[in-house]
Design a protein around this ligand. Structure first.
Ligand SMILES: [Fe+2]
Length: 426
């Protein structure tokens, strides 16, 4: 065996293991859901769990397996049903009707997953895939991890609409006790010309070198920063209660114009899932409705609310460049990432990555020199670079290994069902 072929075998072997690990976690997350749980769509932005399971499978079939003329497509109608937004692939089922697709059923989707798992594992074992296909397998694994988080966000939203008390429980766990919010300190970060992003991000030339990043994380480029201060912990629920008590949701001077309109239209008075009950504020969690715990990071606030809070606190949101610079300085520190037995942030700590996604003031835009890949896969990120804000960090429902300091998550300013909170800067 030559050195080169030995390396290829090692790459494919580790990618095959990683593929099955990622697929196994989706199966584990879905195993706690009944067929009924997996079917409805609670709002257009959310998708049924069954759809997530099928869509991530279609991604591997469409972009990897179909490259092989010997591959037999599982069911041609699935391309229409489970394509999310890839115009280059063709027509799709309307997004808002995903919850009406009662057939194929959950068992059919399980068989579809098994079929694609076997076909892809076979090809990885045989060493049949070229470098571009291997890169697409790696992309597919990261894509599925993103959907694992979406599946949990969407199930939380669905479960929150069911009028049971304390609500359906996705994962049972102990009640958290408030140990008191640590006082907020400021970290001073020196400005100047800094480098942001990942060199060669998203370029399909180095499959599975352990350093995956999305195309939107590059090219690495220079940005000038003034000196700044960044809070040494996120904003907590206890902090947010002060904002509410100080009429933060009723004072237009704290809000951006669009934010105030959103606040009035939606009649906002507290973070998403919060409810004022006889014994105080409660929030809906994946473990049912619980008392709001003061020392946890605030969760399910929109960009508009985060921005208003920062103004109320005499501070501002960091830019994504300040955030990345400050997080890179902190190194490998991590808060809570996805633990299927918890699925909820813990007490605030000093790490910048973990527990919650943090809104930044930055619009989601291409970095200088960004070019989307050719073909359908080029639609993955680039075409969404309009009217969205960047969030940094990673949340308590982000799968372990999917987090990094350069990661750019993005949502519209009104988004509240993601696990989004904030950290102050000044
Ligand atoms: Fe997707």
């Amino acid at each position: 065996m030559s050195v080169d072929s030995h390396l290829a075998t090692t790459t494919e072997h580790s990618l095959a293991q990683r593929f099955l690990q990622v697929r196994g976690l989706t199966d584990l997350l879905a195993s706690r859901l009944s067929a009924e749980d997996q079917t409805p769509q609670s709002m257009t932005a959310a998708s049924p769990a069954k759809w997530h399971r099928a869509h991530v499978t279609w991604f591997f079939e469409e972009f990897v397996l179909r490259r092989d003329p010997a591959y037999t497509v599982y069911d041609d109608t699935y391309r229409y049903l489970f394509n999310s937004y890839y115009e280059a692939v063709g027509e799709r089922h309307p997004r808002h009707d995903r919850g009406l697709v009662t057939r194929p059923g959950v068992e059919d989707i399980t068989r579809y997953r098994e079929y694609v798992d076997a076909a892809l594992s076979d090809r990885l074992r045989r060493g049949d895939l070229d470098d571009e296909a291997l890169t697409l397998v790696e992309l597919g694994c990261n894509h599925e991890q993103q959907h694992q988080e979406l599946l949990l966000m969407d199930i939380k939203h669905l479960f929150s609409t069911i009028p049971l008390s304390p609500g359906p429980i996705y994962v049972d766990r102990e009640v958290d006790v408030d140990a008191g919010t640590p006082s907020l300190g400021w970290r001073s970060v020196g400005g100047g010309v800094v480098e942001i992003g990942v060199p060669g991000a998203g370029v399909p030339t180095a499959p599975f070198d352990g350093g995956f990043s999305y195309d939107n994380e590059g090219p690495r480029h220079r940005v000038f920063l003034e000196d700044f201060h960044i809070a040494d912990r996120p904003v907590t629920n206890a902090d947010w209660l002060e904002f509410i008590a100080d009429e933060g949701y009723r004072r237009p001077e704290l809000w951006l114009s669009d934010g105030w309109a959103f606040c009035r239209e939606q009649d906002l008075h507290a973070p998403g899932y919060w409810r004022l009950e006889d014994d105080g504020w409660t929030t809906f969690t994946l473990s049912g409705r619980r008392q709001v715990v003061g020392d946890e990071p605030v969760l399910h606030v929109s960009f508009y609310e985060a921005d208003a809070f920062a103004r109320w606190a005499g501070a501002r949101l960091p830019t994504e460049f300040e955030w990345e610079t400050a997080a890179t300085e902190l190194g490998d520190a991590r808060g809570n990432l996805l633990d299927p037995d918890r699925c909820h942030p813990g007490r605030v700590g000093t790490a910048m990555i973990g527990d919650i996604w943090e809104w930044t003031s930055s619009a989601y835009l291409p970095y200088p020199g960004f070019v989307a890949a050719n073909g359908a896969v080029g639609e993955y990120n680039g075409k969404f670079m309009c009217d969205q804000h960047v969030l940094r960090g990673a949340s308590a429902v982000t799968p372990v290994g999917h987090e990094r300091a350069t990661y750019r998550n993005f949502f519209p300013a009104s988004g509240r069902w993601l696990f989004g909170g904030l950290r102050l800067a000044r």
